[in-house]
Write a protein that binds this ligand. Structure first.
Ligand code: PHE
Length: 394
């Protein structure tokens, strides 16, 4: 009985303690909101930027990296007084890496959240879903990493921070050729605009250089077993395999290739850029090459500054999508600050006139199709890490 009473008292003390702590947390949160983002938002005093991202699902690392890059840019800008004296606020919606979801959340961002502009997606297929809606509503959209040629053709409100796949394919064709590859196999994801477009441009340019595509195989996104395709590839005796896939399938395909004794080098595009590629693929990824937008090894002062800030905040080096999202937010903020308005028509016109914007992924000058001309880099997987191999300009 006495023991029970003691126990009760102990629980009581804990109860009060917990209540006290909760009260302190709530008070602290209220205090923090005075004059900060949320209360400003209530007064309509912030500039809202919408992002539809794959925060969950098979491409979740793209979403996480993009969000982290964007958040760092917003934090830096707000610390320095914001834009037009107002704070920037990211309004982020998860599209779950699924086709069909982006159009829903983009409508919500435009119609309910009344965002001034949109940044992202990275994946081309999802940008192709978002762009017609942004265009129709007259909301400027800057895609961070969508390289498919069609994306900015949707209309004059659509921009991108990255190079395009007709360039990326050519870069990889030239690179494969330069290391003496003549007979190559291609495995592509027939459910992704990115993969189809990049495979096409690579084939065309590789053949123009005198190379041969000895076999082409395809799969559809989310497939797990690639033995049929890999057996066909092995039988054609290529000297390398071009694999324009996203990281989840790319790492699975290369791992399964090694299991059946297909030991030739694999080459890919920017879609491989995720820490998950290395984690999931392990040793099997060694010696592979891919083209990309950014390397944290770059020693240029503007890049070093960004890489240090990112590492300090997140404890990891930034990926290409983190860097591209960071650049997209900064370009948008710079544009709005320069023209002193968020009026979408004026923002669009000013974005289109961008020349020599010093981004961490290169200098941005838009051509008449709202695409920037930028160099690509080749990354090699060495000792379990993405390492800068060489820079490629055409
Ligand atoms: N370029 C890819 C696409 O268009 C997206 C991507 C960019 C993925 C950069 C990783 C890094 O779908």
């Amino acid at each position: 009985m006495k023991q029970r009473a003691n126990l009760f008292r102990v629980f009581n003390i804990f109860g009060y303690l917990l209540l006290g702590v909760l009260l302190m947390v709530v008070l602290a949160a209220c205090k923090k909101n005075e004059g900060t983002l949320e209360s400003q938002s209530a007064r309509g005093n912030v500039i809202k930027i919408g992002m539809a991202l794959p925060l969950t699902g098979v491409e979740a690392s793209y979403g996480r990296d993009s969000l982290q890059g964007a958040q760092l840019a917003v934090e830096e800008l707000n610390t320095n007084g914001g834009v037009l004296g107002r704070h920037l606020q990211l309004v982020v919606k998860d599209n779950q890496s699924k086709a069909g979801e982006t159009s829903i959340v983009i409508r919500e961002l435009i119609n309910r959240q009344h965002v001034s502009a949109l940044v992202g997606e990275g994946a081309s297929g999802r940008s192709l879903e978002a762009a017609p809606i942004a265009q129709k509503n007259g909301i400027p959209l800057i895609s961070s990493g969508s390289t498919n040629v069609k994306v900015t053709k949707i209309g004059n409100y659509i921009f991108r921070m990255c190079f395009i796949d007709s360039f990326q394919g050519k870069v990889m064709a030239k690179f494969a050729h330069s290391i003496g590859i003549q007979n190559i196999a291609i495995i592509l994801d027939s459910s992704k605009d990115y993969s189809i477009g990049l495979a096409q441009s690579f084939s065309k340019d590789f053949m123009a250089l005198g190379g041969r595509i000895v076999v082409q195989q395809s799969y559809t996104g989310n497939d797990k077993d690639f033995s049929a395709q890999l057996t066909a590839v092995k039988a054609a005796h290529p000297e390398a395999v071009f694999l324009p896939s996203y990281y989840t399938e790319a790492s699975a395909i290369i791992s399964q290739a090694r299991q059946i004794g297909l030991e030739v080098p694999f080459m890919g595009g920017d879609g491989w850029d995720s820490e998950e590629f290395l984690k999931m693929g392990g040793k099997a990824m060694e010696g592979s090459y891919f083209s990309d937008h950014f390397s944290p090894d770059n020693q240029a002062p503007v890049v070093r500054n960004f890489v240090e800030g990112y590492r300090k905040k997140y404890g990891i080096p930034p990926s290409a999508l983190a860097a591209l999202a960071y650049d997209s937010i900064r370009l948008l903020a710079d544009t709005i600050q320069r023209i002193r308005t968020v009026d979408p028509i004026q923002v669009r016109d000013a974005l289109a006139a961008t020349t020599n914007f010093p981004a961490v992924t290169g200098t941005i000058t838009f051509d008449e199709n709202r695409n920037p001309q930028k160099p690509a880099i080749i990354i090699k997987v060495r000792n379990g890490k993405f390492t800068f191999f060489k820079s490629m300009e055409l």
